[in-house]
Design a protein around this ligand. Structure first.
Ligand code: G3P
Length: 211
């Protein structure tokens, strides 16, 4: 499973880029607003730090405006992926952008029927939100499993980005469900390296090395 970082924080992306295991970046309007910056400035910096798919979300809502904004964002850099919300206009925009050879990531996916629409429209990626499904009392991992089965059944090329990941359990569940990618907040990425037995074992080895 490829690991993406889910943030618009440049310092966090800079640190994570040095780990060598982060293959892409996803942003959304909330993450950009949290940094108090505008989308274009942030995206232009991110593409210099990670050489992989960088999702930039459209701000427009009509089909024509989303397609125009997507075309303009895609011109910024070859790695830009146009993130489009799951609406019927969004699906129409995905279909047009896909025919223009522009990569798309359909976001706010919460069901198999929604995933089907995006796959049939030619989405490069879809982003089911695990954490927000769990928040509702449903199962985020079941959603990922069902979408993976659907994609396998029909041989779609669309890749699944497990999103709205809040903790290590989500990372593990996404991997076991076969998600192609998990997009993970910085703090959760940092915590992936930790295990109490690793820390204890390291201490024992370091003490032994001193003797
Ligand atoms: O990738 C989508 C993600 O940023 C949403 O996460 O925690 O706001 O549900 P969350």
């Amino acid at each position: 499973m490829k690991l993406f970082i889910d943030t618009a924080n440049i310092e966090h992306i800079r640190i994570a880029s040095k780990w060598g295991c982060i293959k892409g970046v996803t942003t959304n309007p909330s993450l950009i607003a949290k940094e108090g910056r505008n989308l274009l400035d942030v995206i232009k910096e991110i593409v210099t730090l990670i050489d992989g798919p960088i999702s930039a979300e459209v701000q427009e809502a009509s089909v024509e405006a989303m397609v125009a904004e997507g075309q303009s964002l895609a011109k910024l850099h070859k790695n830009i992926v146009i993130k489009i919300p799951m609406t019927m206009d969004g699906i129409a925009a995905v279909s047009q952008l896909s025919k223009l050879g522009i990569k798309t990531n359909v976001t706010l996916v919460f069901s198999v029927p929604q995933a089907l629409l995006a796959c049939e429209a030619g989405a490069t990626y879809i982003s089911p939100f695990m954490g927000r499904v769990d928040d509702m009392g449903d199962s985020g991992v079941e959603l990922i499993e069902k979408i993976m089965t659907t994609i396998t059944n029909y041989g779609y090329e669309t890749e699944v980005i497990a999103a709205s990941i809040r903790n290590l359990a989500h990372v593990e569940q996404a991997a076991l469900a076969g998600a192609d990618i998990a997009t993970i907040p910085f703090a959760v990425l940092q915590s992936m390296v930790n295990h109490p037995l690793t820390a204890a074992g390291l201490q024992i080895f370091r003490d032994a090395a001193k003797k």
